[in-house]
Design a protein around this ligand. Structure first.
Ligand code: SF4
Length: 442
């Protein structure tokens, strides 16, 4: 029986894609192993959105150099958006990389893996030439159970690629243009997951709010359909784009009990001038208005954001506007990053690049502010009770479990593993900036 090993570096989209490939290989008689030295094929899937993740994958590829290997070398397959960006280079540099496949060729990967295994010395290049071409990998309900890490929570991709071309972002170049999945495929996948014990589904896409634009549907319509599925307990979605986050989506969030009151709405900068340079098509004021609309309808919503500091030409004034946006909007959590150039994007060649030290200094200043805001918000939750889906054992030690509040905050509490997959009510006893601690009350 041929053996394979999957190593994923990067975002949830890559985890989702890798799960599909491993599902098909297993259904064809392959055995998955975690020890790569036992594998015939090692599939390395990586993200190229951040330079750091990309560097990690590149050095991982180097580990298969003959001088480093004690045992027989496996075939290496490089997949994901990193393959789309660096696949040609990887084929040229590493002779043992025998397959490169971009994210839009996901459906062709299992056959390609079997081909390179059957034909020694063969090498396959599945990189996109047409940014709208897509070779999907669909599953019919009841046909095959998708392998995934968590038994109770699952992601379902609803759209591929992105048409927004934010000037700092590599996604439209490596994941291609925006394509919505057919609603029947999405619903069928959700039903299959629910039948397999999944209680919480997160709809996934680079910009979920654009769902349906290319096929005459709306995201709010899809969200409502998923919210009504038999057996579903919680629905989330990620990521939203402010200009496409419309009142009809807020209506569904407010009206449907199964849709969680949590939202990630990336602001990226608090300065309208910088937002324009980033090609984000909203102003600071328009963003604030969206948040006001959201909080008016759903006062207890958990709101997180993404923010970049040190974008080319960002002035002290621009930066102070990002700081003031955090003070005014009081996000539950901010995924912050110092700007890093991604080759091939317009921002990489913009004038006014800031010294890396200044970018990091601003990042530290911003993080210190947000940590104090997050801690204040979390401390106000002490004594409150939340319904939690117990989704895993906590990494902190024996006897501890974890789950998330409807607002998407991690809670750690003591309990028996018998509670895994159950909903419990947990009272918050102590708050930290990164998680809450609690005790089960029912
Ligand atoms: S919306 Fe902008 S940041 Fe998000 S994936 Fe598309 S181009 Fe990248």
């Amino acid at each position: 029986m041929p053996k394979f090993c999957v190593k994923v570096y990067g975002c949830q989209m890559n985890v989702y894609d890798a799960d599909r490939v491993r599902t098909v290989l297993c259904s064809r008689g392959w055995e998955e192993v975690s020890d790569e030295s036992l594998a015939d094929v090692v599939m390395i899937t990586g993200c190229s959105v951040r330079a750091k993740a990309e560097q990690k994958v590149w050095s991982e590829l180097g580990l298969y150099e003959p001088s480093w290997l004690k045992s027989q070398r496996p075939i290496v397959a490089l997949t994901g958006c990193i393959a789309q960006r660096l696949g040609e280079k990887a084929l040229a540099r590493f002779p043992y990389v025998r397959l490169v496949a971009g994210p839009r060729h996901i459906g062709l990967i299992p056959n390609a893996i079997e081909q390179v295994t059957a034909h020694p010395k063969s090498r396959i290049n599945l990189l996109d030439t047409d940014a709208r071409e897509f070779f999907g990998l669909e599953f019919d309900a009841g046909d095959v159970t998708i392998k995934r890490e968590n038994k109770y929570k699952a992601y379902v991709t609803i759209a591929h690629g992105c048409d927004n071309f934010c000037t700092y972002c590599i996604v439209p170049y490596v994941r291609g243009r925006f394509v919505s999945r057919k609603p029947e495929e999405i619903i069928s996948e959700c039903e299959m997951l629910i039948a397999d014990g999944v209680k919480e589904i997160t709809l996934l896409g680079q910009n979920v709010n654009s769902y349906g634009k290319d096929i005459g549907l709306t995201f709010s319509g899809l969200l409502r359909r998923v919210a009504h599925l038999d057996g579903i307990r919680r629905v989330r979605f990620v990521t939203s784009l402010p200009q496409d986050f419309t009142p009809d989506i807020v209506d569904v969030m407010a009206e449907e009990e199964t849709v969680c009151p949590s939202l990630n709405l990336p602001i990226q900068s608090g300065s309208t001038r910088v937002l324009k340079l980033m090609n984000r098509k909203y102003t600071r004021e328009e963003y604030m208005e969206k948040v006001r609309m959201l909080r008016e309808r759903i006062p207890d919503v958990g709101l997180t954001t993404d923010l970049i500091v040190g974008f080319p030409s960002e002035t002290e004034e621009d930066f102070s506007q990002s700081m003031s946006a955090l003070r005014e909007l009081r996000f539950d959590l901010v995924h912050s990053a110092a700007y890093s150039e991604r080759e091939g994007t317009p921002a990489a060649t913009m004038e006014g690049a800031l010294p890396v030290e200044l970018r990091l200094e601003r990042l530290n200043t911003l993080n210190a502010l947000q940590d104090s805001i997050t801690l204040e918000i979390n401390r106000a939750l002490e004594g409150q009770e939340f319904g939690i889906l117990v989704d895993d054992a906590a990494p902190r030690g024996e006897g501890f479990l974890q789950g998330r509040t409807p607002q998407d905050k991690v809670v750690i509490f003591e309990g028996s593993k018998k509670l895994l997959g159950e909903f419990v009510k947990v009272k918050i006893t102590r708050a930290e900036a990164w998680c809450l601690h609690g005790e089960v009350v029912s």
